[in-house]
Design a protein around this ligand. Sequence first.
Ligand code: COI
Length: 354
Amino acid sequence: MGSIPITLSSEKKKKPNQDQLEFGRTFTDHMFVMDYSNEKGWYNPRIMPYQSITLDPAAIVFHYGQTVFEGLKAYLTQDEKVHLFRPEKNMERLNRSNDRLCIPNIDEEFAIEAIKKLVHLEKDWIPSAPGTSLYIRPFVISTEAYIGVAPSKTYQFIVILSPVGAYYKEGINPVKIAVESKYVRAVPGGTGEAKTGGNYAASLKAQELVAGSGYAQVLWLDGVERKYVEEVGSMNVFFKINGEIVTPSLNGSILEGVTRNSVIKLLKHWGYTVNERKIAFEEIYNAHKDGQLEEAFGAGTAAVISPIGEFSWNEHKLVINNGETGEVSKKLYDTLTGIQYGTEQDPFDWIVEI
Ligand code: COI
């Protein structure tokens, strides 16, 4: 694959106002692109001006969704250093998703080098206002013009960057989540643990139906019994019940979040018992009824730590911790962002400095 040539953009876009940053609406001046063919493997890595891409209308990605993506962030520290958070975990997961979608693996170290080079070039785009960062979106698309159902023979691996603020309009305040009883996100043996577009496309209907009633997202139950908690569309979910933390165990249909893994490590480091196991939503309902559901929160790259103030489940409404941010959620948010922005010790060597 070799070195990564850079073609600089002749124009510089206007940067958005940092205090009004939305999630994922503006993109920087450059992007990374690399091609694949069965004959050449991955080749022609390059950084070039951010631009539209031209694909044949028969490209497989448009028809059968053979595509995967990742999400990670670059953080600007007070002394102007640039931090990535556990990028190797994202690249490992990218290749697990690639495997599931029959997409050829990408050299993980090379992909991290490409991301570092692109982020370094776009350093001026990393916002510095509290809670903001530069979201990094690596993705792979299948580009072969063929409408038979088969793995593509050609691909592109692309990385784009977007300065972002909070994912939810609630910011770091508690969100309301509706437990979804009709639609399912994933089934055993399906693509639930891969980060692929189809999972997100399949989530839109349920999401749309609850959005009008003030719910930020839906909580997915398992696809077979519709009983066990899986995840929220853009984050993994945790509960604090009677002092103990529980989160659904990874079962093949839940996305293995990097933030999820980091949260579990931090909680154990602080001495909490963390149980990864099957959790029926009915158990959450009963714990709430008995006054034992102390906190609930989501964890994800985009969402960071997002306290959950209310669940609706069929005709029931469960208000958690009076709709306020709980102690554990707050400590996790502060510690995790502290490590990411370099204001807290990094006991696990998670930070990669660019
Ligand atoms: C992330 O947290 O990075 C995600 O990929 C969630 C998303 C679909 C916005």
